[in-house]
Design a protein around this ligand. Structure first.
Ligand code: ATP
Ligand code: MG
Length: 450
């Protein structure tokens, strides 16, 4: 009994009264992605385990400790996606999307699964909005990606988010850097956590990303990648910064950012806030020029980011950003008696077909209780249909806010009359009309010019 009414640790429900917050955030993300030319991609929630082992990287925390992996009834090993990039890259390869021309530009919304210690801002099921771009090595693409992330955060109304960027070079610069790191860390072998000891052999850069406090301290004194960049990587990084400067995007260069994936190259970045405690990264990403090759494809330089939706919402809460309430019920029809209920039912169908939110009683309440309900849900207008209204084929629509009453015929004219009434009184719809007016003017001018 106790178990079936308890959600799994580290998961969260989004309840009907809260979902508008998610929709608001997702809508802005969708609009921004579209305006930069990215189109949504949807991939399965699980993939072959091997994909993440290769695509995220064997030496990462995610693969070593955090994946939800299980064997299916057919004996395959599958894993719930811990992130969105590997699945997207797999789909690009599987459908040979490069044949449609480069760059391939995709955005996604995914739920992710990581067996981490649940705490504020760290869940076992969480959600990401992400961007993927395949087939470009131009630093303009990096800068554009950062502009996109920045404008999402700006439009959401978030403040005090700093963008930290770094370049972790290409395999050539990395080889020299790894040598320097091995040399540095070998003095401290006794202090390293067991995972990091193996990393020291396989992928010393991962040491910089370790969450254990002692290792984190050691990372501060470690050599910096920026001192080991080859000329090409150095120029690329300088170009990215030049374009960011041109667009007025502010950033800090932080040489200790290395990111959690193995196949990152060149640009890496994080958007960080101090508003929500220790888990302050709201968005992270960079370039992964080696990923597609690692998965068996041709060399295809790529980049992307992922933004944690729960964390974004936490920051909005912490900073008191107001999220517009969802559209209320515009018309509540209270009905008494069989005939009236059928009339209400038919009218409501027409009203809703006009895109107007409307409700009636579906519980079997008496008239007073129905009106109380209309009040509770914040209906803008209410209307009662009883025997009299039915006989006269008209009824009074009441503005719940001002009490103003308008009589409307219950015939074919009803929907039109009611939507006019609604338009004349609603501020929001007033705005829409204004925009529509301006657009019509603008189109008029355009056609006049032609
Ligand atoms: P962190 O350093 O916080 O562990 P990460 O480097 O593991 O983050 P990424 O894999 O880059 O995170 O994921 C991108 C974004 O997804 C993060 O910046 C964060 O906003 C969000 N995120 C990552 N892990 C979680 C989690 N367990 N719960 C909620 N959000 C998360
Ligand atoms: Mg993590």
């Amino acid at each position: 009994m106790a178990l079936i009414t308890k959600k799994i640790k580290g998961t969260e429900d989004v309840l009907p009264k809260q979902s508008y917050r998610w929709q608001f955030v997702e809508e802005i993300m969708r609009e921004e992605a579209t305006s930069y030319g990215f189109r949504e991609m949807r991939t399965p929630v699980f993939e072959h385990t091997e994909l993440f082992a290769r695509g995220v990287g064997q030496t990462t925390d995610v693969v070593q400790k955090e994946m939800y992996t299980f064997e299916t009834k057919g004996g395959e090993s599958v894993t719930l996606r811990p992130e969105g990039t590997a699945g997207a890259a797999r789909a690009v390869l599987e459908h040979a999307l490069e044949n449609e021309g480069l760059p391939i530009k995709a955005s996604y919304f995914v739920s992710c699964y990581r067996y981490e210690k649940p705490q504020a801002g760290r869940l076992r099921e969480f959600h990401q909005f992400g961007i993927e771009e395949y087939g470009t090595q131009s630093p303009i693409a990096d800068a554009e990606l950062l502009c996109l992330a920045q404008s999402v955060l700006d439009r959401l109304g978030l403040e005090d988010i700093r963008l930290e960027i770094n370049s972790i070079g290409c395999p050539e610069c990395r080889a020299k850097y790894n040598e320097a790191l091995r040399e540095y860390y070998s003095q401290y072998k006794e202090q390293l956590c067991p995972t990091c000891l193996t990393r020291l052999e396989k992928n010393p850069m991962r040491l910089l990303d370790c969450k254990s406090p002692e290792d984190h301290k050691l990372a501060e004194g470690a050599p910096k990648i920026t001192d080991f960049l080859c000329e090409e990587c150095e120029t690329h990084f300088a170009e990215v910064r030049k374009y960011l400067d041109a667009a007025g995007v502010e950033y800090i260069v932080n040489p200790s950012i290395v990111r959690g994936l193995d196949y990152y190259t060149k640009t890496v970045f994080e958007f960080i806030t101090d508003s929500i405690g220790a888990q302050g990264a709201v968005c992270a990403g960079g370039r992964y020029d080696g990923l597609i090759e690692e998965l068996g494809g041709k060399h295809m330089p790529s980049l992307g980011f992922a933004m944690g939706i729960e964390r974004v919402l936490m920051v909005m809460d912490a900073q008191g950003v107001e999220i517009p309430q969802p559209e209320p019920c515009s018309l509540y029809i209270a009905a008494m008696g069989d005939g009236a209920k059928i009339k209400a039912f038919k009218l409501l169908k027409e009203v809703r077909e006009m895109g107007i939110n409307a409700e009636t009683d579906v519980v079997g309440r008496g008239l007073r209780a129905q009106m109380k309900y209309a009040d509770k849900i914040g209906a803008l207008y209410s209307m009662v249909i009883g025997d009299n209204e039915l006989a006269e084929n008209k009824a009074t629509v009441k503005n719940m806010d001002t009490g103003e009453q308008t009589e409307l015929a219950l015939d074919d004219s009803f929907v039109g009359e009611f939507s006019d009434l609604l338009l004349s009184n609603s501020e929001n719809i007033g705005d829409i009309k204004e925009i529509a007016g301006a657009l019509t003017d603008f189109l008029g001018q355009l056609t006049a010019k032609e």
